[in-house]
Design a protein around this ligand. Structure first.
Ligand SMILES: Cc1cc2nc3c(=O)[nH]c(=O)nc-3n(C[C@H](O)[C@H](O)[C@H](O)COP(=O)(O)OP(=O)(O)OC[C@H]3O[C@@H](n4cnc5c(N)ncnc54)[C@H](O)[C@@H]3O)c2cc1C
Length: 496
């Protein structure tokens, strides 16, 4: 256990995360190495009446651990062990490890992986509790679909700190805590110290069979289109074609769910639109599937890509680090998100073009990212875990990216807020569940959804994130965090 105080050279980096718009000022940062140390830190915070929060990888979009009201920050980064637990027949992962450290261990030791994100600096603590998805999710579902158990430090009504292990076994007395931790978002119920991973239906004591097999070689196709000469018709057709392909090829058992892709449509000032599509090279017809998708995306646009690169590369050594998402340059961000059950309406596409081509705004790190979703994610019922959105085909993120100076906050946040509001103009400025949209992703948190200035839909923020699962999450909150010790801008609220 180490206490890092203001003035210590390590303090500044710990109280500020990925998003430099937010900086905390806790009395100290408590670095912990064991569950007992986490419990002791929480006990100390509760006994002294100080507000406490936890960070794992520090990649939160909002200020949930970097809020000036937080007085004690628990840093889980030193808790990064991974091992096979023969008793639970599951792979145990401590919550402070980053994805970039976890993937090589899973791969080198057992040849397995989890369908998580590709930003290597993201921490498992925030990632898994939020649901967790990545380029294998269409094939393998969400990370929480492989979550067997969690160990959580909780605080009861009397202020007593306890350590609870909750599993997905239906007769586990703490089953509800497992359920809530599987997608209900970090920072709402307690401090998760350990996760145990084992795919559902697997009955083996061989750790190499407990989780999805990792690809060995990946076939990738990287395409760039230029904004030079880009017309509204061409760009909107390109986006509609991309979403249309995903609408047609994301059924649970569709062969194309082996393929994952990201369409990144940057603001005109960046000059490019980029597609990355990947598929395990061992899949039959892998090359054809990539070509078919690319042909479908370009159909009728009249666009000729500036470049098309097709490669087969080693999955772990080459693809994973190459697609480790931009943590650099570190800077200030505003991100927003929404699920798509089908492609955007024509009106929404026109709005998207208007903002991305906006000549009054220039930020080459601003744009939208349309990530392929669906497939095995949609094989799981909405109420089976707290991750409720189980029939979408695209995850959309709207982002004003890394700028450095606080002086530029107003222009960038105003742009992305107006962009999002106008895309969802027909549903009160937010992605209300309907034919096209299905709310948003709690791991891409956006406090504007709880702000009546930006959400005029009448649909509360928690319905947008958790749908019908919210009342059940509130019951878990009342049972495991009745004093609301763990809270932030979008934490589950105690029921009335
Ligand atoms: C560049 C970038 C790329 C991303 N890519 C993806 C992606 O591909 N797929 C995807 O699903 N998500 C992605 N995300 C979102 C990411 O999963 C979330 O931001 C996640 O919450 C980060 O986890 P963390 O531990 O790094 O964050 P932190 O900032 O440390 O924590 C986030 C929240 O979780 C809480 N928390 C952290 N650890 C614990 C714990 N042990 N117990 C209880 N609560 C905890 C914190 O208090 C905070 O409220 C990305 C984010 C970024 C910034």
């Amino acid at each position: 256990m180490t206490d890092i105080l203001p003035g210590d050279p390590r303090y500044a980096a710990l109280v500020e995360g990925y998003n430099h718009r937010f900086t905390g000022r806790p009395d100290h940062v408590r670095q912990v190495r064991t569950t007992a140390e986490v419990a002791a830190a929480v006990r100390e915070a509760v006994d002294s009446g100080r507000r406490v929060a936890v960070r794992s990888g520090g990649h939160c979009f909002e200020d949930f651990f970097a809020n000036p009201e937080i007085q004690m920050l628990i840093d889980l980064a030193p808790m990064s062990a991974v091992s096979y637990d023969a008793h639970r027949r599951a792979i145990m992962v401590e919550a402070g490890i980053t994805l970039g450290a976890l993937y090589p261990i899973l791969y080198d030791t057992w040849g397995v992986t989890i369908p998580g994100g590709t930003c290597f600096e993201v921490g498992v603590g925030g990632h898994i509790t939020g649901g967790g998805y990545g380029h294998l999710s269409r094939r393998d579902g969400l990370v929480v679909d492989h979550l067997y158990a969690v160990e959580v430090v909780v605080v009861d009504e009397s202020g007593t700190v306890d350590v609870v292990v909750a599993t997905r076994e239906p007769d586990d007395p703490h089953h509800e805590l497992w359920w809530a931790t599987a997608g209900g978002g970090g920072g709402s119920f307690g401090v998760v110290t350990r996760f145990w991973l084992r795919s559902p239906g697997v009955d083996s004591d061989d750790p190499s069979r407990l989780l999805p097999t990792a690809p060995r070689r990946i076939r990738r196709c990287d395409v760039l289109w230029s904004w030079d000469g880009m017309t509204e018709d061409a760009l909107t057709r390109l986006i509609a074609n991309y979403c249309g392909w995903l609408e047609r090829h994301s059924a649970v058992d569709a062969p194309e769910t082996q393929l994952w892709s990201n369409l990144i449509v940057m603001h005109r000032s960046a000059g490019i639109v980029a597609l990355t599509a990947v598929i395990d090279d061992a899949v039959e017809g892998a090359a054809r599937m990539l070509d078919d998708q690319l042909a479908a995306i370009g159909d009728g646009t009249g666009l000729t890509p500036r470049s098309v690169d097709r490669n087969v590369v080693d999955w772990m050594a080459s693809w994973m680090p190459s697609y480790s998402w931009p943590s650099d340059p570190k800077g200030r961000y505003k991100n927003k998100a929404g699920y798509l059950r089908r492609g955007y309406t024509d009106k929404q596409l026109a709005t998207i073009f208007r903002y991305l081509a906006d000549p009054e705004y220039a930020n080459p790190a601003a744009g939208i990212v349309l990530t392929a979703f669906g497939g095995q994610v949609n094989a799981v019922p909405s109420g089976a875990t707290a991750a409720a959105q189980r029939d979408s085909v695209v995850k959309a993120s709207y982002s004003a990216g890394a700028w450095q100076s606080p002086d530029d906050d107003a222009v960038n946040t105003a742009w992305v807020r107006a962009f999002y509001r106008d895309v969802y103009a027909e549903s009160g400025g937010v992605p209300v569940s309907g034919d096209v949209s299905d709310g948003s992703y709690i791991s891409y948190p956006d406090v504007d959804l709880a702000d009546p200035e930006w959400n005029t839909s009448g649909v509360p923020w928690h319905t947008l994130y958790f749908k019908d699962n919210y009342p059940r999450l509130q019951r878990v909150k009342r049972r495991y965090d009745p004093r609301d010790i763990f809270r932030h801008g979008l934490s589950v609220r105690l029921p009335d």
